[in-house]
Design a protein around this ligand. Structure first.
Ligand code: GLY
Length: 401
């Protein structure tokens, strides 16, 4: 080969490599545009759905919808009362439409009454109730009542801290020494209260509780305990309990999703690497345990026969939590967590959505299987976290939790 021929061959190879790279870039851009179109269409579909829910639900405080497709009307001290208004606030921000804000507006006042009059149901879940109502209202509009209600709820939550055991007490009645994994999601109320008031004590409590979760709830393999019982006097660990999962050693999938999301939030609020490592450990276990359709069974570790019910709510919560994890990790890891979240939301959309006339968004949630309660139903928190994840995939960004 002459020098000129060699030069020309070299140039051809370079051109081919360049063309290939351009082709891959165009393909990536094209795939991205198709994905964006999918999420935008889903957003439009959700607008229609939530508009009809406003008509159907009226003043109801929805928690569970069974086979008849009608949401119940739960008392507003129940832990799920913030989710429907939370959907409305997200839709308001996502679309800029005022009717969502109008429908969301009264809810923090409705829930606040339970901070004044006695309720056995109001407990550590005030985060679930006041973050997507009072706090988001204050953040979006500067409303002074929203601020006051958010701070009152934070004081109530901080008052449940057990200093000897370094945990926030979960429920009422005789469960004085019980803490539960779900509480990770309520900690954002304490981080918010510290930021707003300049008083670090709220955040100190959240950090102590999160460290107790790393020590006593998150297992080596990334699965989690639902309940841990401590001696309320001495703070000593007594035992882990199965709670809403199959048993003490099982892996309740909704508990796992609370852990992923809650630990990622603790990282966002503190910058402490140990929480992000914990969130990733829980996420990796969750992802590895998913069945082919990417929607979890209600518990990943049961010794029951085939045919165990799914929990679509755990899938929706985990998807939104994985999108949070993806914000804080390397680009390669982010691709994994983001991609899995997208896959889960697509599966929920394609195979778990309700049909016309149904008051809920998602089918096939499981509330409390061991007690025989709310199996294969629609759950308002499944709907909320599904809407939240779809909003995030459309570029919406507000740290409600
Ligand atoms: N926070 C209770 C539950 O996840 O069912």
């Amino acid at each position: 080969m002459t020098q000129r021929e060699a030069q020309s061959a070299g140039q051809q190879v370079e051109q081919r490599v360049e063309l290939q790279a351009t082709g891959q870039k165009v393909e990536r851009q094209f795939t991205h545009q198709i994905d964006q179109l999918y999420w935008e269409q889903l957003k439009a579909r959700l607008e229609t759905k939530v508009d009809s829910m406003i008509e159907q639900l009226g003043d109801k405080c929805p928690h569970v919808a069974k086979a008849d497709g009608v949401y119940d009307n739960t008392q507003t001290d129940w832990w799920t009362s913030g989710f429907w208004p939370g959907i409305l606030w997200i839709m308001h921000e996502l679309t800029g439409k005022e009717h969502y804000k109008k429908a969301a507006w009264p809810w923090d006042e409705r829930i606040e009454q339970w901070l004044i009059k006695p309720s056995q149901e109001l407990h550590h879940d005030v985060g679930f109730q006041f973050l997507p109502t009072a706090v988001v209202k204050y953040e979006l509009t500067g409303d002074a009542d929203g601020y006051r209600r958010g701070m009152q709820a934070a004081n109530f939550l901080a008052g449940r801290f057990n200093a000897e055991g370094q945990f926030i007490r979960a429920w009422n009645f005789d469960k004085i020494g019980w803490a539960i994994i779900d509480c990770m999601m309520n900690l954002s109320l304490l981080f918010w209260a510290s930021r707003e008031s300049g008083d670090p004590r709220y955040k100190h409590i959240a950090i102590r509780h999160a460290d107790t979760v790393l020590k006593h709830f998150l297992r080596e393999d990334g699965s989690v305990n639902h309940i841990v019982s401590f001696d309320p006097e001495t703070g000593e660990f007594i035992e882990a309990l199965g709670g809403q999962g199959f048993g003490p050693d099982s892996a309740w999938s909704r508990g796992a999703s609370w852990a992923i999301y809650g630990l990622a939030n603790a990282y966002r609020n503190t910058g402490e690497q140990r929480y992000l490592d914990g969130a990733k450990r829980a996420a990796n276990y969750f992802i590895a345990s998913l069945p082919d359709d990417h929607v979890p069974l209600w518990d990943f570790r049961t010794d029951l026969a085939e045919g165990e019910p799914k929990d679509s709510s755990a899938g929706a919560i985990a998807a939104s939590g994985l999108l949070e994890v993806a914000r804080h990790v390397s680009a390669n890891e982010a691709r994994l967590y983001h991609g899995k979240a997208e896959r889960m939301i697509r599966s929920l959309t394609e195979s778990y959505m309700t049909g016309e006339g149904h008051e809920a968004i998602l089918l096939h949630g499981t509330g409390y299987k061991p007690a025989g309660q709310n199996i294969d139903v629609s759950l308002i928190y499944g709907d909320y976290f599904y809407v939240e994840a779809v909003a995030k995939l459309n570029g919406w960004r507000r740290d409600i939790f």
